[in-house]
Write a protein that binds this ligand. Structure first.
Ligand SMILES: Nc1ncnc2c1ncn2[C@@H]1O[C@H](COP(=O)(O)OP(=O)(O)OP(=O)(O)O)[C@@H](O)[C@H]1O
Ligand SMILES: [Mg+2]
Length: 235
């Protein structure tokens, strides 16, 4: 375990019945680093985020955050410690306004974080602050979900497919925001299908298939890897 690592996964297994959604996943992530996590549908990316965030308990293996073992932590405890995530399909409180959604996140926050208006500005939703969250389109809901996670002051941010559905200029803006967060010292695990987006942000990517890591390195090297091509890029 590197002394720099903020997050360490050691041979994590997560089963649903007899099915191993995660089959011995190990990874390390440092403060300010962006690690891309890619792989075909169903390979275990979201499950990995769910385990780190404390939504699921692993069946085997260990999880460390800032040097402490957190294998059996709860969702609330992990948020209080500084772990938060965005959802592949965000579920804001639809009948509340954008700002009210952040006020609720703030209510649960135990860590210092920027003022809510600054977070709204950061994700580009200031002009929609008084709109009902349910009236936002899906990419705006994703940005609201990012602001909600940031309202708990995370130092580990798990991002589950933020880029889906964005046009090229929106993609550039979101990439800048992710880069900014990493530069501010937040460790970021970035799950994404848009490989160009990942490539613009990090050269360190893990490719998963069937609950296992099959490759770690940069995407250009991944593209030359026969197994990665067979199960993911080739398809
Ligand atoms: N709560 C659950 N109960 C049963 N099976 C589950 C559960 N959550 C995930 N799975 C299964 O675990 C496997 C991994 O799912 P996961 O959502 O982690 O994949 P993913 O890599 O995020 O896929 P995608 O790219 O489609 O989002 C899939 O076969 C999925 O059906
Ligand atoms: Mg997923």
């Amino acid at each position: 375990m590197s002394p720099k690592s903020i997050l360490v996964l050691e041979k994590i297994v997560k089963q649903f019945g007899q099915f191993r959604a995660l089959d011995g996943v190990s990874l390390e992530l440092s403060a300010g680093e962006i690690l891309g996590l890619v792989g075909p549908n169903g390979s275990g990316k979201t499950t990995c985020i769910n385990v780190i965030a404390g939504l699921y308990r692993p069946d085997e293996g260990n999880l460390y955050f800032q040097g402490s073992k957190i294998t059996r932590h709860s969702l609330t405890h992990s948020a209080h410690m500084g772990i938060n995530r965005t959802f592949q399909v965000p579920k804001p409180f639809k009948s509340l306004t954008v700002r009210e959604n952040l006020v609720i996140a703030d209510h649960y926050a135990k860590r210092p974080h920027p003022p809510l208006d600054e977070l709204l500005e950061f994700v580009g939703l200031s002009s929609l602050a008084d709109r009902e969250a349910g009236s936002l389109n899906s990419s705006q809901q994703k940005l609201l979900d990012l602001a909600r996670a940031l309202a708990t002051g995370p130092n580990l941010l798990l991002i589950d497919e933020l880029a889906a559905g964005l046009n090229p200029s929106e993609l550039d803006k979101v990439a800048e925001k992710v880069q900014y967060l990493a530069k501010s010292g937040i460790a970021i695990l970035l799950v994404e299908h848009l490989l160009g987006f990942i490539n613009s942000l990090t050269k360190r990517v893990i490719v998963m298939n069937a609950g296992r890591e099959i490759f770690e390195g940069d995407l250009e090297t991944a593209a030359k890897n026969p197994e990665v091509n067979a199960v993911y890029l080739g398809g």
